[in-house]
Design a protein. Structure first.
Length: 163
């Protein structure tokens, strides 16, 4: 599977502007999500802008305490090539900021990403937004996931589950 990786590590958004496209087996995706900021979207010249959208080789949902992770695992248990990884704020009493510092107080809940590999890439940004919006609506995900410039923060302490 092709994925875009920011090789600057787990730094904030301002440092994650140039991405490198790499091909990895989906079974090793958890290694990327633990060590790097990443995106399912491939951008022209690796520059993170919606105007540079080339394709998406997977779909990603960002769930911020709205659906218990066990319920989401059940929803995808018979779907091939799905990875769920917890994000930095998972079960925390504080929202974890981009820099890793503790931010505002929150109710501890399941915070995680659902990564769904696609058999064929989506090459049209409007189609990508529509498909992602449908998933967001169905699973109560973060609406910003449909952004054509979206990336996700890695989490070295993640819990992971493959379907």
């Amino acid at each position: 599977m092709k994925i875009n990786i920011s090789r600057t590590g787990l730094l904030p958004a301002t440092a994650s502007t140039k991405f490198t496209t790499e091909s990895i087996p989906f079974s090793q995706m958890h290694e990327i999500t633990a060590t790097s900021n990443y995106s399912n979207i491939i951008w022209r010249d690796g520059i993170r802008k919606a105007a540079n959208f080339v394709c998406a080789n997977s779909l990603i949902l960002d769930i911020d305490g709205t659906v218990p992770v066990g319920e989401m695992k059940g929803a995808f248990e018979t779907t091939e090539n799905v990875l769920i990884v917890t994000s930095k704020s998972h079960m925390s009493e504080h929202k974890v900021t981009d820099t890793g510092a503790l931010g505002k107080e929150i109710e501890p809940a399941d915070y995680y990403h659902v990564i769904i590999a696609l058999e064929e890439p989506i090459t049209d940004l409007d189609t990508y937004r529509e498909v992602t919006k449908n998933l967001i609506d169905k699973f109560d995900g973060d609406p910003s996931c449909k952004d054509g410039a979206r990336f996700y923060y890695g989490n070295p302490q993640q819990e992971r589950w493959y379907s």
